[in-house]
Design a protein around this ligand. Structure first.
Ligand code: FE2
Length: 260
């Protein structure tokens, strides 16, 4: 059992089966479970049958007192738990999706290590990827998924789960179809015999030769973000989250810094 309270700013624990336990008046949320059968299309090895369950999506976690504010500002808070394991040689990952309307998203790494793979398709041809960014983040880091980019989360650890939380606007529904059609993101991350392997996805007719390696900025004041400071309480200062529903008003160029 892991107590996540300090990291997430909410009375939440993670049990040994990677399920969340909600305490102290925080209403219980049942997770949507992502299974291997739903993920098969986006995997390098489509023949594997385990692990059966990959990750758990706890959508719309909140204290009841915060719900009116969330409704008014069109915001939702979710928690995702990715099990530690491998998908054949490939690292554990999420299915991937785009946000119609080019809305961004705000993630925080509550526990573990996250690799967030962002990709920007051309507006003229979705088989052309103009930019790919791998954001390597640790516990306490905040990741701003940029407007116009699709994203997957990778758990590079076989031993430790990855727990993330996120704030997102409620004006759109995520579009998983293009990642399914492409059978994955622009690149696949695997590890064999201790060696990292990065493979290009041949569905795409054009991808940038270089993946930009970035790490999250330690502090982004205009969004109320600071490393090791949980994002849930930002609901008390909702103007800080305005960038999620009105991205054109904001500059996102300071979300990441280049990894040395
Ligand atoms: Fe998203």
């Amino acid at each position: 059992m892991k107590d996540l309270k300090k990291n997430i700013g909410l009375p939440v624990k993670l049990d040994d089966n990677y399920q969340l336990i909600f305490e102290n008046g925080l209403s219980k949320v049942l997770p949507a479970i992502r299974t291997i059968d739903e993920m098969r299309e986006v995997l390098v090895d489509k023949t594997i049958s385990s692990p059966k369950e990959l990750y758990y999506m706890y959508r719309d976690v909140a204290f009841d007192k915060d719900r009116p504010m969330e409704k008014k500002y069109e915001l939702r808070y979710d928690i995702t738990v990715i099990r530690p394991d491998k998908l054949g040689d490939e690292f554990m990952k999420t299915a991937g999706h785009y946000h119609p309307g080019d809305y961004p998203e705000l993630y925080e790494v509550v526990y573990g290590t996250a690799w967030c793979l962002l990709q920007k398709p051309s507006k003229k041809d979705y088989k052309v990827i103009e930019d790919v960014i791998l954001v390597k983040a640790q516990t306490g880091d905040k990741i701003v998924c940029l407007p116009g980019y699709g994203h997957i989360l990778i758990n590079p650890s076989k031993n430790e789960p990855l727990v993330t939380s996120n704030w997102v606007g409620t004006r759109f529904s995520s579009d998983y179809s293009l990642y399914k059609e492409a059978e994955g993101a622009a690149y696949f991350y695997s590890e064999k015999n201790g060696k990292l392997k990065i493979e290009k996805n041949n569905f795409f007719t054009q991808v940038p030769k270089d993946i930009k390696q970035m790490v999250p900025s330690a502090k982004i004041e205009k969004f109320g973000l600071e490393r090791n400071k949980p994002i849930y309480p930002i609901i008390n200062n909702p103007d800080k989250l305005r960038f999620l529903n009105y991205p054109v008003e904001f500059d996102f160029s300071d979300a990441f810094v280049t990894k040395a």
